[in-house]
Design a protein around this ligand. Structure first.
Ligand SMILES: *Cc1c(COP(=O)(O)O)cnc(C)c1O
Length: 463
């Protein structure tokens, strides 16, 4: 792209033009400015070509593994279709995600539903789907959940989620490997899988340590993978006189990290793949490795564009007010996440003339704050940016994963629009919400009476 030379990253390894990271500096500034002018801000831009490149790089690094896209990172229809066409399966965390994956063309044989304390409504729905799509796999992390599936007449494909006792992740809130909430404790997993095999078709074991595996955390990843390989061997060839369980795959989860900071190196995917293969080996005959990347597939394929509307010098900091806040991109407020921000310019100087191009301005520490009445509603604090003026367009980078997905309507803010770029052509993938969208569910509601509330609760109770 136009100014990729300027932002070229010496640490990025590029194979056939497929770089391991697209930085916010690599995006074509003029194109982004055009899109903002046409569609307004805040605006997500998601490049499907980059999504495809990321899928290709994953499949290249893990040629023998089953690669399952963790849909929750970005559930947009166009993204799901691009991922499906790139040959990845779909890993879904809810009935809603299963519904969306089906609508995007994933057949049951490419659908994996991971049930975490699944609400009855979700189990009812997925058990119903499984009647038409018997190749669907349900990953289960509690014996209780198996019982609830059996109550619904389900006896199909089950994968046993294991709590490996090791966790990784960029923030405590996304570390799942050690949290009791997720999976059956490791030392009970083999027995649980054997018992499950009496009622279900047990096809795999699964563990997900958390999000944000980087080269520093390869050790805990390696440990998790090694434990899972051991479990697969124990199931295939039990050390006591238990019956073997014939599984098809060992799923070692997602969490492949993406460098949010401009100077952080890209994940060395081939090294992670080598470490994974080495740690899991030797797998019993007929058992494949599986991985579940979410963020890695979509993060650097997306930017959030936002317009500067207020510049306020204060004694402590220079506050730059923008039209995107924590309702559009929650990660900084929720995880203290860092997102790179680039000033694309286009604003006015104080005398009303066009402000100079951003690279002709001095780097000034600023706090970029959104329109929400919350102190935590900042996209960055005291970060050096090409001094923003009113009207400037800012690009918030690496926003394609858990960006739009976590957008919400707090402060009665309609959710932003999203355009998809496909071979350079932009189309609106999700329209901007209107004020009418904010009250749509209220207008459709009848008066809330106590007896009605009870009935609603019962609807979800299932069979
Ligand atoms: C969220 C999640 C993933 C994907 O995590 P990323 O950090 O986005 O790669 C994979 N598997 C499970 C079970 C998850 O909950």
């Amino acid at each position: 792209m136009s100014d990729s030379e300027a932002g070229a990253d010496p640490t990025a390894d590029t194979v056939d033009g497929n770089s391991s990271i697209r930085r916010v500096s690599d995006w074509d500034a003029d194109r982004l400015a055009e899109l903002a002018a046409e569609h307004g801000t805040p605006l997500y831009v998601q490049d499907l070509d980059r999504v495809r490149e990321n899928c290709e790089r994953l499949r290249g690094a893990f040629p023998d593994a089953d690669v399952r896209y963790a849909v929750k990172a970005h559930t947009g229809r166009r993204v799901l279709e691009a991922v499906r066409e790139s040959g990845l399966d779909a890993e879904c965390a809810s009935a809603g995600e299963v519904d969306r994956a089906l609508a995007a063309g994933f057949g049951g044989d490419r659908l994996h539903y991971t049930a975490v304390n699944p609400p009855a409504r979700d189990l009812d729905y997925v058990a119903g789907v499984a009647e038409a799509e018997p190749d669907l796999t349900i990953t289960v992390g509690a014996v209780d959940t198996l019982d609830r599936l059996a109550e619904r007449g389900y006896d199909g494909r089950v994968c046993v989620r294991v709590n490996p006792g090791v966790g990784a992740g960029h923030h405590e809130k996304v570390r799942t490997g050690g949290a009791a909430k997720f999976g059956i404790p490791y030392d009970r997993a083999a027995a649980a899988a054997r018992e499950a095999a009496e009622r279900f078709d047990v096809v795999g074991v699964h563990a997900h340590a958390g999000s944000g595996i980087d080269s520093d955390q390869l050790d805990s990843h390696r440990e998790l993978v090694a434990r899972m390989g051991e479990l697969a061997r124990e199931l295939a060839d039990p050390s006591d006189d238990e019956a073997p369980v014939d599984i098809e795959s060992v799923d070692v989860g997602g969490g492949f990290g993406v460098p949010y900071k401009e100077d952080a190196p890209a994940l060395d995917l081939p090294a992670v793949a080598d470490a994974t293969r080495e740690a899991v080996a030797p797998l019993p005959a007929g058992v494949d490795l599986a991985i579940e990347p979410g963020r890695y597939v979509v993060a650097d394929a997306g930017v959030l564009l936002t317009r500067v509307n207020t510049v306020k010098p204060t004694p402590d900091e220079r506050v730059v007010g923008v039209d995107a806040g924590m309702t559009d991109l929650l990660r900084p407020a929720m995880y203290d996440a860092y997102h790179p921000i680039r000033n694309l310019g286009g604003g006015r100087a104080e005398d009303g003339s066009d402000a100079p191009a951003p690279d002709a301005r001095s780097a000034t520490p600023v706090t970029v704050a959104g329109p929400i009445c919350e102190t935590g509603d900042t996209l960055c604090r005291n970060r050096a940016l090409a001094d923003p003026t009113r009207g400037d367009l800012l690009a918030v980078g690496i926003a394609g994963a858990y960006g739009y997905e976590m957008a919400n309507q707090y402060n009665s803010r309609p959710r932003p629009a999203e355009v998809a770029l496909d071979d350079g052509t932009a189309t609106v993938a999700r329209r901007r919400e209107s004020l009418a969208d904010l009250t749509a569910v209220e207008r459709g509601a009848t008066r809330n009476r106590a007896d009605r509330t009870d009935r609603t609760d019962r609807t979800g109770a299932g069979r």
